[in-house]
Design a protein around this ligand. Structure first.
Ligand code: NAD
Ligand code: MG
Length: 384
């Protein structure tokens, strides 16, 4: 069946790989959204002929308007944050794939769900910052929230048998360990942005690549898993699997374990989210076991990689603590990429913000944004 898909964040790493899948499946594109890369967005418009596009950055939206002027069959142009939310909710798409980076994706996730649309979610920050808002909205609107993150797709794939799923006991969330696996704090003191941007197995956007180097990504994913699969954090165990071949595992009440394996290629989980519950041939290559010499397992070093410990503490505290951890991390990663703070400072700031308050209790969307702003302010106040 041909589907109509809206891709938010279409110019990014997940966005462009989503369009690879859409091209291969001959799905149609209803909407595309990006922050400011108008050049790539317009090339995507020429190929996929969406009904509507959204450009978040103001100056970029002006550029897009000029380029679209007089173009035959030009898409409707929406602008700003409101434009992104409006596109997510528009009638005409069957599913919204949210591949925006950061808390900037939250409002669009909620907007798509509240308009009754299924969501394929790459934007893990939606669940980390507004987990109860997102999962409540999914229940109230009776829509599907399909994971795109490879670990969560793996877990989801292992839980398709409803009889087994009922006896889920434990999630074994795999982690590559990132470029700095095995290093001591001493050895991490002077690592640079370029060192941190060199991921061994995956090619991704810069923010998530830094998150993989600090293990913040695994902390965010642990929180994401708690919201998606309803297990307490104590039943989610991080397992370092250096080759990124096992994408995660689940353990049932009889201690039987299922794993999902494949080459590290995001087009597999992206495609599964779009074709679920069916499986169809796709663009990702098969795993060649004649070239796979070993699968290794290690534990994560939380004493060195403080972001993971801080995220565990945050989900334990509940309420807006994960949102605060995320906000501090987004700000700290920005400062690290600008060369303004050293690598280890990211973990210190995330941990510091989680320790700074109680955070518990229910919250509204306004509370989420206020907490995010406060966490960013905390970071700015704690860097010289
Ligand atoms: P990226 O930086 O490559 O792309 C981000 C996209 O979001 C771009 O299209 C950009 O235009 C858009 N964007 C940025 N700021 C925005 C804003 N304020 N408003 C609207 N759009 C904005 O990032 P990515 O690596 O593709 O990651 C996207 C999301 O997917 C993240 O949440 C990440 O954690 C998650 N994810 C990525 C991977 C991966 O392999 N890259 C894997 C799993 C999960
Ligand atoms: Mg992942």
């Amino acid at each position: 069946m041909t589907k109509k898909v809206t891709v938010l964040g279409s110019t990014g790493s997940i966005g462009t790989q989503s369009l690879d899948v859409i091209r291969a499946q001959e799905y149609s594109v209803f909407g595309l959204a990006a922050h400011s890369n108008v050049e790539l967005l317009l090339r995507q418009v020429q190929e996929f002929h969406p009904h509507c596009i959204a450009v978040v950055d103001d100056a970029a939206a002006d550029r897009a308007a000029r380029e679209l002027h007089g173009m035959p069959g030009a898409p409707v142009l929406l602008r700003g944050k409101e434009g992104l939310e409006e596109l997510a909710a528009m009638d005409g798409s069957d599913i919204v794939l949210n591949a925006v980076v950061g808390i900037a994706g939250l409002a669009a996730t909620l907007s798509a769900i509240k308009s009754g649309r299924d969501v394929a979610l790459a934007n893990k920050e939606s669940l980390v910052t507004g987990g109860s808002l997102v999962t409540d909205a999914v229940r109230e609107n009776n829509v599907k929230l399909l994971p795109v993150d490879s670990e969560h797709s793996a877990i989801f794939q292992c839980l398709q048998d409803e009889y087994s799923a009922k006896s889920l006991q434990k999630i074994l969330l795999t982690a590559s360990g990132g470029p700095f696996f095995g290093r001591t704090r001493q050895e991490l003191q002077n690592v640079t942005k370029d060192d941190a941007l060199r991921h061994p197995n995956w090619s991704m956007g810069s923010k998530i690549t830094i998150d993989s180097a600090t293990l913040m990504n695994k902390g965010l994913e642990l929180i994401e898993a708690v919201w998606l699969f309803g297990l307490p954090a104590e039943q989610v165990q991080v397992v370092v699997q250096r080759q990124s071949i096992i994408h995660s595992m689940v353990q049932f009440s009889d201690n039987s374990i299922l794993a999902q394996l494949g080459v590290p290629d995001m087009r597999i989980p992206i495609q599964y989210a779009l074709t679920w519950p069916e499986r169809v041939p796709g663009p990702a290559p098969e795993l060649d076991f004649t070239k796979l010499h070993e699968l290794t397992f290690d534990t994560a070093d939380e004493a060195t990689f403080r972001c993971l410990a801080a995220c565990k503490k945050a989900i334990g505290k509940g309420g807006l603590a994960p949102c605060a951890a995320n906000g501090a991390n987004e700000e700290a990663v920005r400062l690290f990429l600008e060369g303004r703070i050293p690598f280890l400072k990211i973990g210190e700031l995330v941990e510091g913000v989680v320790d700074s308050e109680a955070f518990g209790g229910p919250y509204t969307l306004d509370d989420v944004y206020a907490c995010d702003a406060a966490a960013r302010a905390y970071v700015l106040a704690h860097v010289s």
